[in-house]
Ligand binder design. Structure first.
Ligand code: ATP
Ligand code: MG
Length: 507
């Protein structure tokens, strides 16, 4: 068999950061027209490799060839000129500009020296149709939810001519329907000869879409294999260096007690359907639904992050008056948000500061900070959650995406709340660390906490919940007990309220 032509050749690539070697002597060839998957644990070096390919970082050693010629981009413009475009793991949109302006930011269409807004909105609209986002192109980006922002990022990357398209965890926030659409787009691009580099922690989907798969571990390349000649357990073993027993530890021994938390006829701004549900002590309640079905909005309204119109939030039989997040936290409720960059973390602060952020009382006495306690708390969680960082004094900005997510978790675990609401807690987290997080949820359940988990990963939700409530178009459309868990059934409930209102009217 003749060798397919190589579009990118990476030789001996090494990249150091203070205290870590992100990439160590990496050799990697990317074939013209293939979908090449990159996997590895949090902090393995995937995003660093991508950032070197697109000119954000420069390597310390090694070289790259692009279509046979020396390639050494010093900024993202160089990469774009070469035809390499990226959908980054962390969103990079300008939140006060419209969707359309974000998509065409680098080359706004002009007429007679002025921006041609008619053309801009028309072109943007067709890009949005391509990715399946039914929102006006004039909407400012800060009005969008995180999944919708992700779709705008994808539309942006697709809007230019690209020869290589790199997707760094594009599906972390998307649900099955949007992922399907993305995969169709990828297949179409592949037919046109575009080369795709695809990073994801969802191994199932990488096998569905990928031709070859490369595993990185601790900055080293473990191997590159054909997806048709390797299995998921083999890949997991290459990633974590050991075999994993089961994906979802279910602790049947944890006892579910009496009701502790209840939401009664909650109506929040933008949705007139009253929402009611309750959670028992020791119970893990899963919350399923499509993106935009009201799951995140409901949780934010409970927490006081968004205004509610009416309804009650009841903890241990007493109504909590919540006007702002501070009231919720003081009342014993915490919310781990889905958007760690925007809401969960202060990026230019250390892991220590971020860990103690929600529980200053726990690290101070008579109003004075006790830095030793703060450091101890951070140390404990770095260990418990296996957060990969050379020091707890490192700014969170410099941690890999998945490790940032773990710091958000540490912050809320340290707060010691009665009710914990997790919105996409394992988003962007590798298989081994996910397992650790599930074990932590069980530990919290065992302590009698009430736990709510919102997740778009249905197998995950079915793996860890006692019960699942399903949102559909702003309503709770159904509830399923563990013994009756079934993917089809839950999905059909998730779609129910959209079908009821007639053809294609979902938004
Ligand atoms: N700008 C930076 N400054 C310092 N350290 C960095 C920087 N960027 C990355 N690192 C470190 O390099 C290592 C590799 O990070 P990278 O972001 O490439 O991991 P990743 O494989 O993409 O992980 P994840 O799955 O969590 O996204 C990590 O230890 C990270 O903390
Ligand atoms: Mg990354």
């Amino acid at each position: 068999m003749t060798q397919p032509p190589k579009i990118i050749e990476i030789k001996g690539l090494t990249k150091h950061f203070p205290g870590v070697t992100a990439l160590s002597n990496i050799d990697l060839d990317i074939n013209q027209g293939e979908v090449h998957v990159l996997v590895g644990e949090n902090g393995a070096g995937k995003s660093s490799l991508i950032k070197i390919l697109c000119g954000i970082y420069q390597p310390d050693e090694g070289k790259m060839l692009y279509r046979g010629n020396k390639y050494a981009p010093v900024n993202t413009q160089d990469a774009i000129k070469a035809g390499i475009r990226v959908v980054y793991q962390e969103l990079n949109l300008l939140s006060y500009l419209s969707i359309a302006e974000n998509i065409f930011f680098e080359r706004l269409p002009s007429k007679a020296g002025l921006v041609d807004f008619n053309k801009l909105y028309r072109d943007a609209k067709s890009m949005l149709e391509e990715v399946g986002l039914k929102t006006s192109p004039q909407t400012p980006v800060h009005m969008l939810g995180i999944a919708q922002m992700q779709l705008v990022e994808i539309a942006k990357a697709l809007s230019g001519e690209s020869k290589v398209l790199i997707l760094d965890e594009p599906t972390a926030t998307l649900t099955s329907k949007e992922i399907e659409r993305l995969f169709e787009i990828i297949k179409r691009l592949k037919q046109k000869g575009v080369t795709i580099i695809y990073i994801s922690h969802r191994l199932q989907e990488t096998f569905e879409i990928g031709d070859r798969i490369t595993v990185l571990r601790n900055g080293l390349k473990v191997d590159t294999r054909l997806t048709s000649e390797v299995t998921i357990p083999e890949i997991v073993k290459m990633m974590v260096g050991r075999e994993m027993a089961s994906e979802y530890p279910y602790q049947a021994s944890v006892e579910v007690g009496a009701e502790v938390f209840r939401v009664d006829e909650l109506i929040y701004k933008g949705n007139d359907n009253p929402i009611s549900f309750s959670v028992k002590s020791g119970e893990i309640l899963g919350v399923a639904g499509l993106v935009g079905s009201g799951r995140t909005e409901t949780m934010r309204a409970i927490f006081g992050a968004d205004p509610k119109k009416s309804g009650k939030v009841i903890l241990n039989g007493k109504e909590l008056v919540i006007h702002q997040p501070k009231d919720a936290v003081e009342g014993g409720i915490c919310l781990l948000t889905e958007d760690r960059k925007g809401q969960g973390l202060i990026l230019d602060m250390t892991c220590e500061v971020n860990t103690s952020l929600a529980n200053l009382a726990g690290v101070s006495r008579s109003g004075l900070m006790e830095f030793r306690k703060e450091a101890e708390a951070a140390d404990r969680y770095v260990e418990e959650l296996a957060i990969k960082t050379p020091s707890t004094k490192k700014w969170v900005r410099f941690l890999s995406g998945g490790n940032q997510q773990k710091v958000v978790l540490a912050k809320w675990l340290f707060r010691n709340c009665r009710v914990l609401i997790f919105d996409e807690p394992t988003r962007g987290i590798d298989v081994g660390a996910k397992y650790e997080i599930y074990m932590l949820l069980w530990k919290l359940a065992e302590q009698g906490k009430a736990i709510i988990v919102v997740s778009s990963d249905l197998p995950e939700l079915m793996g860890i919940s006692h019960r699942i409530v399903v949102f559909s178009n702003g309503k709770i459309a159904g509830e399923v007990m563990r013994d009756d868990f079934d993917q089809e059934k839950i999905l059909s409930i998730a779609y129910r309220e959209y079908i009821n209102i007639g053809n294609g009217k979902q938004n």
